[in-house]
Each structure stands twice: as structure tokens, then as C-alpha cells.
Design a protein around this ligand. Sequence first.
Ligand code: PPY
Length: 282
Amino acid sequence: MRIGYLGPKATFTEAAVAALFPSEPRQPYATIPDCIDAVAAGEIEAAVVPLENALEGSVNLTLDYLIHEQPLPIIGEIVVPIEQHFMVHPYYAPHWREIKEVYSHSHAIAQCRKFLHTVLKGAKQVPTTSTSAAAKFVSEHPHLPVAAIANRLAASEYGLTIVQENIHDYDYNHTRFIVVSRSRQPLSPDSPLYAGDKTTIVVMLPQDQPGALHQVLSAFAWRRLNLTKIESRPAKTGLGNYFFIIDIDAPMDDVLIPGAIAEIEALGCTVQLLGSYPYYFV
Ligand SMILES: O=C(O)C(=O)Cc1ccccc1
């Protein structure tokens, strides 16, 4: 199975692919939508993209693209610990405090706010499509006063020098990556990294119905279905219109989750199943 991922080489996403699919061929794509489109077009069998970071929250681009543009099923999830390092071209290593621009993925920049605010106050922060795209850019501009925030793999892949290690603001820094595919077949739980199963649904509430969200939640509560995430995102149909992404800490079964979904639909909600899939921890 060929696995697409947010590239170029040495992103955190590639580290997630390496952990989950150590012996499958991999194919980098420049952006998250490119990864998802390549799966939809049948160029690759599956893709791994970032979904949520413990410090910064959801990767809205992934959520919105899956919900609005290219509704592919989620067939697995992997949670990876994230360490952010500050790296420069070796030429700049002795005077890295003079750096004027810091490049990285917006989530990585957000994970290192305290470092940037204190140690590199005033440096311009420039978002890139991925952390390794930032590292690659820095390696290609040895005489510019620029730095990247990326992982250790990117430093060695692009020949950069790490001048400050572990610059993320909080120790508990993990990211959830999802595996999307055209086939609904979930990944096998037969892995030492396997940690459980979950089900993700998207719920659109009926307009102006008092207590609708309360009733949705009670459909799970009285069935003792544990929810691990509920998040609203704009429906993009007007201010005040949202849908809710709900993670249920259980695999799809024949009774409980179908019963909850039927109850929610009877309230006038529309429900979309994004997937029921195993999750893994590195
Ligand atoms: O840019 C990367 O390396 C990614 O894989 C996306 C990302 C960015 C920041 C933290 C985790 C994943």
C-alpha cells in the first residue's frame, strides 16, 4: 500500500507514517489538500495528515477539507510525541541570535510562542506548508538571517544545525494524525502500537431548536458512550451555523452507536460518519 503524507521529507507526518507503516512505500505531497486529493483520485491507497495538536488544537485545514471538499473515510489514527527544535544554516550557527525571520508550520510556531516571544522577540514569523518545508527553505538560503522550527530528522535531512533544543512551550506536546483512504476498511489492530478504537461523526443541528445540542449529548450519555472530543466548526453557510465533530471512545457496533445516531437523526440533525477506526500511540 502506498502512503501519501504531508511533505517534503522529514515532516512530523512522515515520522507518523514511519511508525505506523514501517515497510510501505511513501509519497510526499506539498499540502494537506494535495494528500487528500491524491487518495480521492486513486493515485495512492491512503494518506496520513495531521488532525489535532495537544497545545494548539485542531488542524482546521484537515477537518474542513475532509468535511466540505473531499469526504474520505478515516481508517486509523496515530498519536506522536512532538519535539520542536530551532535550527539554522551552519553558517549562521555562531550568531543565531541575530536571526530576523523564523519559518515553520503555523502549528509549530504556535507551540513555541514563549520561546519566540522571549528569545527571538521582534523576529518575523513566516508560516510554511510544513516544518520540513521551512527547514528546506533555510538550507537553500545560507546567507539569509533565517531559521526554521522543525524536528531532528529535518535538521539532518537538510544539513541544518540545531541551536536550541525542545523549544515547545509545554512538555506534553502530542499530535494526532489520521489515515484516510477510499476504502472504509479500518487498519488492523494487530500492532504493538494499538491502543483502542474510536468512532468519529459530524452532526449538523437543526436551526433554532432550543436544547438540540443537549439532546444530542444525552443520546450518548444514557448509553454510557464516552466522548473524547466535541468541537464546533463553521458550517460555512452563514454566521452562527456550525457543525459538531464528535469522537466516541468505542468502535462501531450493532446497537449502541447506531441507536444513538438514529436518536440524533430523529431530532432533525444530519449525521455523517467519518469513520470507526483503531488508534495507535508511538
Ligand atoms: O509540518 C509538519 O512537520 C507536520 O507534519 C505538521 C505538523 C506541524 C506541527 C506539529 C505537528 C505536525
